[in-house]
Design a protein around this ligand. Structure first.
Ligand code: HEM
Length: 212
């Protein structure tokens, strides 16, 4: 168990209103991004299906958030994915990337509109060029929670994401979602990967705009 202070109520006083200046390693994720060379391997009845996808990600700074003494700076994100041949949604995801400067904790809380949420955690320094986060089913801290049907048919045992910041300002990710698919002996590795290129800068967070 991590060491926490006895006083769990008092919030930090040295909170900077400008989230973009305090995002540590997440600063390089802020903005609007596109990438059209994503690759997805997903479970289908006849075996793994591999699809190429196009992705748009918006990551905007939110105001600083405190759990008592625990202070986070973060980004709210929305991912929308379709395939080159179909305009319909192939994958949609919303969530937050959070950074706790005091400890180097990095969190991704994500939600998928098929009845699934997860909180993945990792550690990184402010100048990290790689982020590695993971969530494990059954853990109450950094875990995964799914619908009863998903638990029955596509039990999600773990989720891991690795983000790499590239020298040209783009960034790449590889995510592995391990699925126990009903009727299959082996765990299925549902893998997604893509490289994102910036198409617009982020907007300042609301408090930064007020503070002027
Ligand atoms: C770029 C990211 C992702 C893409 C493009 C993607 C795409 C897909 C696709 C196309 C399927 C098959 C759906 C079907 O057959 O109806 C699928 C299945 C699934 N995915 Fe993902 N996925 C992504 C990320 C994730 C993540 C991060 C999680 C969970 C942490 C996840 C959990 C699942 C589960 C549990 C299934 C099986 C249930 C089902 O087939 O409906 N996926 N995914």
């Amino acid at each position: 168990m991590a060491k926490f202070p006895d006083d769990i109520f008092t919030e930090p006083r040295d909170v900077d209103s400008n989230t973009l200046a305090n995002l540590g390693p997440l600063r390089r994720l802020a903005g609007i991004w596109e990438g059209d060379r994503g690759v997805d391997v997903n479970p289908k009845a006849d075996g793994p299906e591999r699809r190429v996808y196009r992705e748009r990600i918006e990551m905007q700074p939110i105001d600083p958030q405190a759990n008592g003494p625990q202070l986070f700076y973060g980004l709210r994100y929305h991912i929308h994915i379709n395939t080159p041949d179909e305009a319909i949604t192939f994958h949609d995801q919303i969530g937050y990337w959070l950074w706790e400067p005091a400890t180097g904790l990095v969190l991704q809380s994500l939600a998928i509109p098929r009845g699934q949420v997860a909180i993945a955690a990792g550690q990184a320094s402010a100048d990290a060029t790689t982020l590695r986060l993971s969530a494990t089913r059954g853990q109450t801290e950094y875990g995964i929670c799914s619908t009863t049907f998903l638990e029955y048919a596509f039990r999600t045992d773990s989720y891991a994401i690795e983000v790499t910041f590239n020298p040209d300002g783009s960034w790449s990710y590889v995510s592995d979602t391990m699925l126990a698919v009903r009727g299959q002996a082996d765990v299925f590795q549902h893998r997604d990967r893509n490289t994102l290129f910036k198409i617009a800068e982020p907007q300042p967070n609301p408090l930064a705009l007020i503070a002027g």
